[in-house]
Structure formats: C-alpha cells, structure tokens
Design a protein around this ligand. Structure first.
Ligand SMILES: [Fe+2]
Ligand SMILES: [Fe+2]
Length: 431
C-alpha cells in the first residue's frame, strides 16, 4: 500500500477510535470574589442555616459574618465571624474552591444579615429570617426541572421571587442541570443555574434533591455517581440514610414535615430503595406535624406512556397511603399535571382529597402528555412555578405560569379526623 495512504488511513482510524473525551471548558471562571452564594436549609431551620459559595484557589480561608439585621450602617460592628471549610473541584478546565459555613445558635423568627468572604473580597450583606420554633403560617416556593439552557428559565424563578418575596424557602425537585457525571461535570450549566437565581438563592434558602440528570453519564450508565458539584455547591442536611447525605433528608418547618429524597438512587439500587423506604416510614410513623409534604424527582404516576417509576411507587405509595401524606411534589416528566389518589381500595367521593400529586416543570424542555390521564388538570409546553401557603388547617396551593398568571389552584382543609377536603376554585388571573 502506498506509504502516504497508510499514514492517512492510520491517522483517520486513530482519530476515529482513540479520540480522547473532549473536556467541556466552562464559561464561568471563579475569582477571589465570592459567587454562587447559596443559603441552604438545615435540619433545624429555627436555629441554624448554611451558606455555600465559590472562589478561585487564591482564597485560603473560609469565613462569613452574621449579624442581626439592624438598620445601622455599622452592621459589621455587631457581627460575629464564623469559620467553615472548603474543598477544591477540578473539572471543565477550571479549579474552583467551594466554601461552606453553618450559622448556628440563631434566635427563632429573627431577621439576620450575613456576608461571606473577608477583607476586600467580602460579599455584600444578604438578609434572611430564621424559622419560627412553633407552628406558624408560611409560604414556600417549588420549582420543577429547570434543566439546561436558562434563557427561558430565568424569568420563571425571578417571577416567583417578585410575586412571593417573603417565601421561607424554595424546593427544587431535581434536574437542575441537564448533564453531570464524574467525567463531564458541566460547570457551565451550573454557572447558568446560579446566574438565573442570582441573589434570590442567597436570601431564600434552597431545598434541593437531585434528579436523574445530576447523575447522568453517557460513558458509564450503571455507575452514575452524583455530580461532583452537588455536595460542594450545597450544604444540605445529612440526616437521611447513610450514603445519601445532602440528597435524602428531612426537616420540620413551622409545623410541617418535609421529606426530601433522591428517587434516582432508589431506582438504580434495591438496597437504597429499601433503606430509604424504612427511613421514610420512621418519619411518617413518629410525625408530630399536622401537615406532611414529600418532594422527589420521579413521580408515582407518569404523564408519559413510556415512563413508569415502579421502584419508587411500589416502595413509597403504601406509606403515603397509610400515613396520609398531604402533598407529593415531583418533576421528571417535563409537563404539568395535578391529581389526587385515594389509598388502595378506597373510592374518591365528593371533596375527599386523598393525597394530592403534582408534576411540574420550570424550564423550557417540555414533553407531551400521553399516559392514561390520572390528573384533573394538566399543561404542556408551559413553564410553571408554585407557591404553597400553610396556615393552620388550610393549605393553599397555587401554580403560576411564566407571565405570573395563576394556572392552577386548590385549597386543602384538614378535617378533625386528619383527612383532607379539596376545593378547586377555577383558575383566575391574579393580575
Ligand atoms: Fe428527570
Ligand atoms: Fe428532567
């Protein structure tokens, strides 16, 4: 064979079969100034809160300051300094230093200001309120999959904040980003997620659990490690089953029990499905709260004929039925659907609510609904966000579209026997 032809073919073959995986270089490079500053819920939200942020590796100390949110310009004089820890993550063409501090010893219900970093690189003062230590009305936000390009998602989280600036926290039910694995971390997608949230995530505590896309790895589908940016980027509770720290956890907030769990782990691993189920049962069995909300990525009932999250449904639905969980919030299906389901063997009558299940989506990636409809109301090609208020025996739920109009709403009333009645006033324009 012609020598040049041999060389040409060799280069072509090597190029085709031995090309090293291309590292995806981020567009978001850190500096000495703190960024990606996120408040995180803790398991004791009346007395503590966590904050995470990112810098470059020239910053060798993790410090933050916290003060009562006084009107004085001499705020720093009344602040105490709290030290935390950092870790470096190298990927996507960048090494970033992720910092984490937990503020403890807070006064329930008090307003605080905090700043992260020090000296010339200290952040501005952000403000928040600690939870009350007793049952008390509050509103929280919930957002489904934002996943991927945020050009259309940003307006949704900003609209949510504009409409509900006093929200106690924001739940994210997974697929915050589209890609993320041990080999392809996709820092640029995280950069966009943080950019969309901006200072909102620095003042409204984040409650997040991963979806399947925070584990996604096209090179190693069975392995599927949690995206390396998750634990450094958040400081979430570690009170779930062993190995599921910061992805499966619970907290009680002003009389409501929240159970947050990583359903993708349950689907991929039977042992995890069983330890998670046992853990959930413990939380439901010994539950001092009048209301219980569960949030995770994969719904019991899909809106797609091709999707069925059997491991999640078969393990958890009997517990949801037995203990009468009030509300189950899910993502994954990239549509909106809200319905109720009675416990097995019981027929829905009149205004009996059973458990209310909602699937929602906040980003522009949208699918069609083609399953046997279990829902009372559904949307496709619509980005949504939700605000849920709990006040005594009343839970008021509203879903809003990206324009800020009410797209769905219902009211649950807790009856003396612990069951719920549902009222669904027709959707109204709120503006
Ligand atoms: Fe998903
Ligand atoms: Fe998704």
């Amino acid at each position: 064979m012609n020598r040049f032809l041999t060389i040409f073919l060799s280069v072509l073959i090597l190029g085709t079969f031995r090309a090293p995986a291309q590292e995806r270089i981020t567009k978001y490079f850190p500096s000495a100034r703190p960024e990606r500053i996120v408040l995180n819920i803790t398991e004791s939200p009346a007395t503590s809160i966590a904050v995470t942020w990112r810098t470059d590796t020239t910053v060798s100390e993790t410090t933050a300051r916290i003060s009562p949110n006084l009107p004085t310009i001499f705020l720093a004089d009344s602040a105490r300094t709290v030290k935390g820890k950092w870790q470096d993550i190298s990927a996507d063409g960048v090494t970033a230093r992720f910092h984490s501090v937990i503020f403890s010893g807070l006064t329930p219900g008090a307003a605080y200001a905090y700043s992260v970093g020090s000296g010339a690189n200290a952040s501005e003062w952000f403000t928040f309120k600690a939870a009350e230590a007793v049952t008390s009305p509050f509103t929280f936000l919930w957002l489904g999959d934002s996943q991927g390009p945020v050009s259309l998602y940003s307006r949704v989280i900003r609209q949510a904040y504009r409409t509900t600036p006093d929200a106690s926290f924001m739940i994210f039910t997974g697929d915050l980003v589209d890609g993320g694995s041990s080999t392809m971390l996709h820092d640029d997608e995280w950069g966009e997620w943080y950019r969309a949230a901006g200072f909102i995530a620095s003042e409204v505590p984040v409650v997040a659990t991963p979806g399947n896309h925070e584990f996604y790895d096209p090179q190693a589908r069975q392995k599927r490690d949690l995206n390396k940016y998750w634990r450094p980027g958040f400081t979430l509770p570690a009170n779930g089953p062993a190995g599921l720290e910061e992805t499966t956890y619970s907290f009680d907030y002003q009389g409501v029990r929240f159970i947050i769990l990583s359903s993708d782990d349950m689907i991929r691993n039977e042992e995890i499905a069983s330890s998670t189920t046992k853990w959930v049962e413990g939380l439901l069995k010994n539950n001092p709260c009048r209301w219980t909300v569960m949030a995770f990525h994969h719904p019991f009932f899909s809106t797609s004929a091709r999707r069925d999250n059997k491991a999640v449904r078969e393990n958890l639905k009997p517990l949801v039925d037995k203990y009468g969980v009030d509300l189950v919030l899910n993502g994954h299906d990239h549509t909106y659907a809200r319905g109720t389901a009675m416990p097995e063997g019981m027929v829905r009558k009149g205004k009996a609510a059973g458990t209310v299940y909602v699937v929602s989506v906040s980003g522009p990636k949208q699918y069609q609904q083609d399953a046997n409809p279990w829902w009372d109301l559904g949307y496709t090609n619509t980005q949504l966000w939700q605000a849920i208020n709990i006040n005594g025996n009343t839970l008021t739920y509203r879903a809003y579209d990206a324009s800020g109009a009410v797209a769905d709403q219902f009211v649950l009333t807790k009856m003396k026997d612990g069951s719920n009645r549902i009222d669904t006033p027709s959707a109204v324009k709120n503006k």
